[in-house]
Every structure is written in C-alpha cells, then in structure tokens.
Design a protein around this ligand. Structure first.
Ligand code: KDG
Ligand code: MG
Length: 405
C-alpha cells in the first residue's frame, strides 16, 4: 500500500530574516521540506497554506508530485499570483524532497542526473562609492567568487536599495511595521553608473564576471541608453531594466543594445516568461524555484528556454530560503541550459536552523548527495526566533511620486 500524507505544518521563523517553511510528514515517517517565503508577505503565504492547502494534502499520495501540482494549480479557480504560487512551490519542493528520500537519491538524480560537476554562482558586492565597491569586490574574490553583482550609491541620494554605506552585507527587508521610504533619481543614476562601472572593470581586469541589477526602475528608452553605455563594461548581465508587466517594450531595448538582459525574479509562472523566451527578448531567466511553483514548473520553463537559447539563472537572495536554494542547485546540476546561480548568502543563524547538504566552494555551489533536497530543519531552534514584521523599502522620485519596484 502506498504511503499517505499524514501531516502538513507551516513554520514561520526569523533567524536573522523571516522565512516560511512547509513540513510534510508521510505515513512511513518521512519528512519533506518546502520553502514558502515571500518577502514582506510571509504571513499571507503561511495562511494560504495553513487554511487552504494543508487540510487537503492530508490523505494524498506523496508520490504524486505532478498530479498534486496540477491539483493545486489547475484545480483551483483562483490561479497564479505570488502568494498562490509560493504556496504551491513549497508543496512541490517538499514532495520532491520526499521522493528523493523514498528513492535514497539526491533530487538531481531524479531529474536525469548531473550534466556538470558543480554550478557557477555569483554573489553581491556593494559599496557607496567606487573605492568601497572595489574593496567589497576584492573581498568576494578572496572567497573564490568569479562572478559578482556590483551595486553602488548615487551621488546626491541619501540611500540606494541594496547598497550599504559600510560595505557590508545588506538585508532586502527592513524590520518595522511599515516600509522605509527612500528617494530615487533615475537621471542621477544614469549619469553616474556607466562611469562607475567602467572604473570597476578597469580595476578588476577582464576576467571577473560583473552583473548589475536595475530593479525595474527604467523606461525602455532609459534602459536602451544604459545598455549601450554599459557595453564597454562587458557585463555578464543587466538585470530587471524595466517593470516586468510591459514585455513588448523590451524589443526596443534589444534592438538598441547587445548588453545581455536578465529578467523574471518576480514572475510566478511559465506563461509570464513565454513571450520573453520565444521572442528572445532576454538572455537569462531569473525565476526563483519557490516563487514559480516549484521544481515541476521550473523544469518546464528551463525546457522552453533551452529551445530558444535562453539560459536559466535562478534567483537566490536571502529571502529564498536554504531549502529553495537547495532545490535550485539540484535543478542547476541537472539542467543543460543552466548558466549561473545567485548566492547572496544568509545570516549565520539561518545556516544553524536550516542545515543543508549543499556547499559553497571556490565560486561554485554543489547540492551534495544526501537523499532528497538534503535539508534538515532544527525546529526547536527555529521556534526561538518568532516572526517580526519586515518590508522592502519603497522609493519615491524627487517630486514625491512612487517609483516602480
Ligand atoms: O525580495 C527582494 C529581493 O529578493 C531582491 O531585491 C533581490 O533583486 C534581487 C536579486 O537580484 O537578488
Ligand atoms: Mg534582482
């Protein structure tokens, strides 16, 4: 007789940042873990799971990964959206984890086995000015990274999202019951960035891969101008140039510049990537395995992208928990058109709560060979760090109007 799901529980913990975790337990005593974290909307996903998904998981066959995905996506009238898809993603990861444990194999073996030995990763370097940024880049090179995302301050602005003034790590969400408000000036950014990144390139030499994230703040025309201006910097990619909704306009950016474009960390389904991939409007798909609904749909996105010579480069900030990072590394090891994995890193306590088989060494990640996703959650430790409200900042232009995220 096949096993059944006997319990599905949600853990919300904040060991340095808020993380939401789904635990599925089967009648043969196996446990599967899924990441349900949605930055700044953590409790909405926790409720979606607790109130609407966990009760209907109990009694189902944990082996039916694909059918469960279809059931939670196609079988529900209100489909799509980040809260729904993060919840479905958590279930999908937990069921792949269980399937690996049942088979005694790491998930990458179930996905067809490795196509590479290890997966290239990039991390973040931030500095308020070029000198500080170069120090931060040097520190990441010391850690072995061969690819670094570089973000700087902008003269005249008090703060810039993702850039610290002390050169240290940053946390995407600030604690507090309301988001911090920042001031943003696209014109000042466009004036400053090309020169600053040219200095970075001149200092680091030609081999280090440099990436930059514009966080959806530009118009298509501004994006085209920035792309052209950054061509001499030889970026690995320029990320999220325009707001994600308006995809036709990216054709204009493509026609004007050869800078590689990466988009998609806020997308939640293959359909949102369809036009960008099939019209080759981007070079890299930034899907987060947890936010697009799990390994099951991420593999479809990767397969569609492969046909159109678009590369997979999963999102991996600190608000994608070590469980989803594990899943992304399993997919990356087994996917031919995988390019690079973001590895922003975590507060130390996160590594203590989420013990993981994945490892980082010498600029690369490896999922490890533990069965399933290779994650063990210390639930007692997790319980010591209750949820604290925390939000991404919002930004207003100089005249007070809100910018896009
Ligand atoms: O929740 C928002 C962060 O994940 C985001 O700001 C990180 O843009 C990001 C990136 O590329 O990692
Ligand atoms: Mg990004």
């Amino acid at each position: 007789m096949s096993a059944t799901i006997v319990a599905a529980d949600v853990l919300v913990t904040s060991p340095g940042r808020n993380l939401v975790t789904l635990k599925i337990t089967t009648s043969d005593g196996l446990v599967g873990w899924g990441d349900a974290t949605l930055n700044g909307r953590e409790l909405a996903v926790a409720s979606y799971l607790r109130d609407h998904v966990c009760p209907i998981l109990v009694g189902r066959d944990p082996a039916m990964v694909e059918d469960t995905w279809q059931y939670l996506y196609r079988g529900v009238y209100w489909r799509r959206g980040p809260v729904t898809m993060a919840a479905i993603g958590a279930v999908d990861l937990a069921l792949w984890d269980i399937k690996g444990k049942v088979c005694g194999q790491p998930v990458y073996q179930l996905l067809g086995g490795r196509v590479r030995d290890r997966i290239l990763s990039y991390t973040h370097a931030t500095g308020w000015d070029v000198a500080a940024l170069l120090d931060a880049v040097a520190a990441q090179r010391e850690r072995g990274f061969r690819a670094v995302r570089v973000q700087t301050g902008v003269p005249g602005l008090e703060s810039v999202y993702g850039v610290t003034k002390d050169g240290g790590a940053y946390e995407p969400a600030g604690r507090g019951v309301a988001p911090v408000e920042e001031t943003w000036d696209t014109a000042a950014y466009l004036r400053y960035l090309p020169g600053a990144l040219a200095e970075v390139r001149a200092a680091v030499g030609p081999e280090l891969e440099l990436l930059h994230d514009a966080h959806h703040r530009l118009t298509p025309n501004q994006a085209a101008r920035l792309g052209k201006a950054l061509e001499p910097v030889d970026l690995f990619w320029l990320e999220d140039v325009t707001p994600a909704e308006n995809q036709d306009v990216l054709r204009r950016v493509r026609e004007q510049t050869t800078v590689p474009l990466a988009i998609g960390e806020v997308f939640t389904s293959v359909w949102e990537f369809q036009q960008l991939i099939t019209e080759q409007l981007i070079d890299f798909v930034r899907a987060a395995v947890s936010h697009v609904g799990g390994i099951t749909p991420l593999r479809r996105i990767a397969a569609l992208a492969e046909v159109w010579q678009v590369w997979l480069a999963p999102h991996g900030p600190s608000d994608v928990s070590p469980i989803a990072l594990a899943a992304a590394t399993h997919v990356g090891l087994a996917t031919p058109n995988f390019a690079i994995q973001e590895y922003m890193g975590y507060p130390d306590r996160v590594h203590e709560v989420f013990r993981h088989a994945w490892t980082y060494a010498d600029g690369h990640l490896h999922p490890g060979d533990a069965p399933g996703l290779g994650i063990e959650v210390d639930e007692a430790l997790a319980a010591r760090f209750p949820y604290e409200p925390a939000y991404l900042p919002v930004a207003r232009r100089l005249d007070g109007t809100l910018t896009d995220w």
